[in-house]
Design a protein around this ligand. Structure first.
Ligand code: XMP
Length: 520
């Protein structure tokens, strides 16, 4: 996670040796969940001597997309198996351990297993507390055909003769399945056994340590440097800002571009929080006019997004220029952003995307991403520990283009004002009913549709507001939230009564797919 932790020899830690698997961060996260610090290193960036010197309590070989017999596959120095440090190999890491120790790995089309698979285990330390038969998550074609001398098979499946093996004397364990994914029902127990029984960890690491160590690291690394951060009002950039502010104080400048497409009171809330509560150098750029004039008459969703993205960069660039030399550009990139963009260098592409191409227009020496290895809930925990208000830490996601993608068709100030009111009412009603965490995102949309209504004795002809609430883990797919009728009724009644110009309210009951979460 960071180098400061490397140099802290008192703290117990586990090395996740990365062979290119898609779950490597998840493994580290599962270890951290058990209060043991884990750090990830690419297999070719750390030697056995360095591993010994750093005092790791154990090493986990991750999975990877390769086959051990390919010449170009990632391999590792077999001396690690005799270094006296416990090793757990997972999937490719298991096959690699077998191959390194002189066993054989085979491949057969009919031996591949994918998905939930029943595994039968023999008694052993890794499986202590795990039923003899349990469901594990498999994803492999190659398999360990013959375990190396000194190893015994400790689990198998119908297709896989060696679903797990160990050399208890040398404290070497290997599993063909993925204990880190939740589909492996007893995966947590197995990792617990590895960490606490095999490696002898005591589990005294806390998220507070991450906070303190990250602050200490940046205090040294960024001493006397000017740091610039684009604050969006969302949780990730907020947490990154507060963390870095604790490290570099007034050397951090945050630029908050208010494009006039924010929700009700949002701009003021962000300004108050960062300027008053945290006493940060905050530049709020009130650029509503600039954005709205560019958006005038534009109805096509993609065009709106493009205009906003480009204008955002221009505004930020203008502000950055006024500040003179910037040494570091800070970003609130979190691990899911990194995964979405693929691995390695491509992560930077998403970082550009996240802040709308800022690295291209700001002259700086380095990018600082303090949250790059954390998952969203870990970021929220860090935010809470830093004293960031609950409302901000638990803020629902809000798209960069803001209300522009929730006013269908042309955007005008009047329409934005109307939508802000309707949205605020809906959000209040969801919160009032205690459903803020049931729906992961909920908002109002101003459809372009007008319809006939009646109020008192008079006919009306007003806008149709659509309410949308979704329940989702990852926003890649989503279900529409089954909000109670009473909540919908109160929201509908209040919106039609309290927001002039609205004659009808509808509820969006479409999942994703086929619909997206946002309407544009
Ligand atoms: P969709 O509409 O793609 O939304 O199903 C999935 C999630 O992404 C958010 N979203 C955006 N976030 N910039 C962002 O930062 C955008 O352009 C953008 N478009 C959609 C959306 O609010 C939902 O949480």
């Amino acid at each position: 996670m960071n180098n400061t932790i490397m140099s802290n020899t008192m703290q117990e830690k586990i090395l996740v040796l990365d062979f290119g698997g898609q779950y490597n961060q998840l493994i580290a996260r599962r270890v951290r969940e058990q209060h043991v610090y884990a750090e990830i290193k690419p297999y070719n960036k750390i030697s056995v001597a360095q591993i010994k010197e750093a005092g790791y309590k154990g090493v986990i070989f991750t999975g990877g997309p390769n086959s051990v017999y390919d010449e170009n596959s990632p391999h590792y120095d077999p001396a690690i198996l005799d270094a006296g440090i416990p090793v757990l190999g997972i999937c490719y890491g298991a096959q690699l351990m077998a191959w390194m120790a002189g066993g054989t790995v085979s491949s057969a089309d009919n031996s591949s297993e994918y998905g939930k698979t029943q595994v039968t285990a023999a008694e052993n330390t890794l499986f202590a507390g795990v039923p003899r038969e349990s469901i594990c998550w498999m994803s492999h074609t190659d398999f360990i055909q013959t375990p190396p001398v000194g190893f015994r098979v400790i689990a198998h499946t119908d297709k896989c003769p060696c679903a797990a093996m160990c050399d208890e004397g040398r404290r070497l364990y290997a599993v063909q399945f993925h204990p880190e994914v939740t589909h492996t029902v007893y995966g947590r127990q197995m990792l617990h056994n590895f960490l606490f029984v095999v490696c002898g960890c005591c589990g005294d690491w806390k998220m507070e340590d991450f906070v303190e160590q990250t602050i200490a690291k940046y205090r040294t690394e960024l001493a006397d440097k000017k740091v610039l951060l684009a604050l969006s009002g969302g949780v990730d950039s907020a947490v990154a800002a507060v963390l870095l502010h604790r490290a570099v104080g007034s050397n951090l400048t945050c630029v908050f571009v208010d494009h006039g497409l924010l929700r009700k009171d949002e701009g003021d809330f962000v300004e108050r929080t960062f300027r008053e509560k945290f006493a940060m150098n905050l530049i709020r750029v009130n650029a509503a006019e600039r954005f709205l004039s560019k958006l005038a008459g534009v109805t096509e969703p993609e065009k709106k997004r493009k205009i906003i993205g480009e204008e955002f960069i221009r505004v930020f660039e203008d502000e950055a220029k006024k500040l003179g030399k910037i040494n570091a550009l800070a970003q609130g990139t979190i691990y899911p952003d990194v995964i979405e963009s693929g691995k390695g260098d491509s992560a930077v592409i998403k970082s550009h995307h996240n802040v709308g191409g800022l690295p291209d227009v700001v002259d700086f020496d380095e990018i600082v991403e303090p949250l790059r290895e954390l998952f969203k809930d870990e970021v929220r925990e860090v935010g809470t520990r830093l004293g960031i208000p609950h409302d901000l830490v638990w803020r629902q996601p809000f798209p960069g283009p803001g209300l522009a993608v929730r006013v269908i068709g042309e955007i005008t100030e009047d329409k934005l004002a109307l939508l802000r009111e309707a949205d605020a009412i809906f959000c209040e009603e969801v919160a009032q009913a205690g459903l803020e965490k049931v729906a992961n995102q909920y908002f109002a949309v101003l459809t372009g549709l007008k319809s006939v209504g009646v109020m008192g004795d008079a006919g009306t002809y007003g806008y149709t507001i659509a309410l949308r609430a979704v329940t989702t883990d990852d926003f890649m797919t989503a279900e529409w939230t089954r909000l109670p009728y009473e909540v919908l009724e109160r929201a509908s009644s209040r919106i039609t009564n309290e927001v002039p110009g609205v004659s009808r309210v509808v509820y969006d009951i479409t999942g994703k797919p086929p619909a997206t979460v946002e309407w544009e």
